[in-house]
Design a protein around this ligand. Structure first.
Ligand code: ZN
Length: 483
């Protein structure tokens, strides 16, 4: 299988874990894990919204596209990479304004998931401070034995009301292990990390996404978009590419300092290395391709720019002012991050899929464990729009399992990929055919613009296609939406 896949290892689906561990050619694409039904820490209802988002009501078609919430978190990250490229010392400053009361903050320690730790990766939190911080602790949450755990829980000495703001600073150290197809890795020429900092696990309107990490390198969580600034101090003379672009702002002897900003990022990825770099503009987006010598980055750069244009024709303007793509050398697929792609397979299939994730995951977020089809079915559908539909469309559509299942309801890795990616994309193509391409494309464009920078739910998709009953029936028949 060469299509990139997001893997998510549900704690209950051990068969899936084993299968994925063995499936070395699988690509990770945003993954996430849902555990045993979202044991939320606030007074939040654990169930996802059943009503469409406010801006999806009525006409449901904002013009221009919805803006990120004004009270979104602000996150400042400082990473310092060691000379040997294997250790990242970090500080994270979070300014958080919840939309419902909380008395603690929860962060996911993604690098402590078992498969990543097996590869030599891991994260250790040092100090946590802030005016409202009472203390902090860790929960195992499926993390590898011997680590601090999978969740960092920061308890406050007061109940923070909805609309209140608290500031927390976290010091941590991230170990980068082998160069494999994972979100973390290093070799003599390249170091990279995504979800390398404690990830604020807040789902606006719902609560903390504190499900177990799972066993997959592809694990991610639901996280809100944040006003994000990144500073990387790296050994002098190396190139840096990262979420938000990267500019060298200072040289301090043996080290260079790089910075970037991203106005609405759910997460951050960084790559540092001895790399060839090429850059060009795709409209208002600065596109950067980085890879080892010998890789044809100019051709990849041209294709990336071309694919951005092809996808914009369907989904509207590219969500970010930068896009950075780094070829890892390791092979397996791709992992998408906001305005950044970790590429472990430079094929067109993977490249287009990952670029499509900038709209479906980066901008229109989802809880990828609970509703994995909301990013993976749409990204795979986007592949078909650009490169043509797969030959076995009818066969995919006839697969028995419901597209809308949470990841941990699938008992095998093949069932998950075949259903969420294969059947899910075939379902969307079939819905487009019965609704008429113009009407379907317009409704989907409305959905993208209305749910921009939020975490969408299946109810939002149902609302978007409410005026296209034939399309809605296709999605219901495929088990993506309830009848
Ligand atoms: Zn994907």
């Amino acid at each position: 299988m060469i299509r990139n896949y997001g893997e998510v290892m549900p704690s209950r689906a051990r068969v899936l874990v084993v299968a994925l561990t063995a499936a070395v050619s699988l690509a990770a694409c945003t993954a996430s894990v849902v555990g045993d039904g979202a044991a939320l820490r606030t007074a939040a209802e654990p169930a996802p919204r059943t009503e469409p988002s406010p801006d999806q009501a009525g006409s449901g078609c904002p013009d221009p596209r919805a803006e990120p919430a004004a009270d979104r978190p602000r996150i400042d990250l400082e990473f310092t990479l060691s000379d040997d490229g294997r250790t990242v010392t970090g500080t994270e400053r979070v300014s958080f304004t919840p939309d419902r009361p909380v008395d603690e903050l929860v962060f996911r320690l993604t690098a402590n998931q078992p498969l990543s730790v097996t590869g030599g990766n891991g994260i250790e939190v040092g100090d946590v401070s802030g005016a409202d911080v009472r203390d902090f602790d860790f929960e195992s949450a499926g993390a590898a034995p011997g680590t601090q755990g999978g969740l960092l829980v920061v308890r406050l000495d007061r109940s923070l009301p909805a609309g209140g703001t608290t500031d927390v600073t976290i010091d941590f150290e991230l170990r980068l292990g082998e160069s494999t197809f994972d979100r973390f890795g290093a070799d003599d020429r390249l170091s990279w990390w995504g979800s390398g900092h404690p990830l604020l696990a807040w789902e606006p309107g719902v609560g903390w996404a504190d499900e177990p990490l799972g066993d997959s390198p592809g694990e991610t969580a639901a996280s809100p978009v944040a006003e994000t600034r990144v500073q990387v101090t790296a050994p002098a003379g190396r190139e840096v590419v990262m979420t938000g672009g990267a500019r060298r702002v200072a040289s301090a002897g043996a080290a260079d300092v790089w910075r970037s900003e991203e106005t609405a990022a759910r997460d951050v990825a960084v790559a540092v290395g001895s790399l060839d770099v090429a850059a060009a503009d795709a409209g208002d987006t600065r596109v950067t391709l980085a890879g080892r010598s010998g890789l044809d980055i100019e051709t990849l750069l041209s294709r990336t720019i071309e694919a951005i244009g092809e996808l914009e024709a369907f989904f509207g303007p590219f969500p970010y002012s930068t896009l950075s793509v780094v070829d890892l050398g390791a092979r397996g697929g791709g992992v998408e991050y906001p305005s950044m792609i970790l590429l472990a397979d430079p094929s067109d299939l993977v490249l287009v899929h990952e670029i499509a994730h900038m709209w479906f995951y980066g901008m229109v977020g989802d809880h990828q464990g609970r509703d994995p089809w909301l990013d993976e079915a749409f990204a795979t559908y986007a592949e078909a729009l650009v490169n043509g539909p797969p030959a076995d469309l009818d066969g995919r559509l006839g697969l028995p399992l419901p597209v809308g299942q949470p990841i941990d309801d699938f008992s095998t890795v093949d069932d998950y990929f075949d259903t969420v990616y294969g059947k899910g994309s075939a379902m969307l193509l079939a819905a487009r055919a019965v609704a008429g391409t113009d009407a379907f494309d317009a409704a989907l464009r409305c959905y993208v613009d209305a749910l921009a920078w939020q975490i969408a739910t299946p109810a939002d998709v149902a609302a978007a296609f409410a005026e296209l009953p034939a399309a809605l029936r296709v999605l219901q028949d495929a088990g993506a939406l309830p009848r």
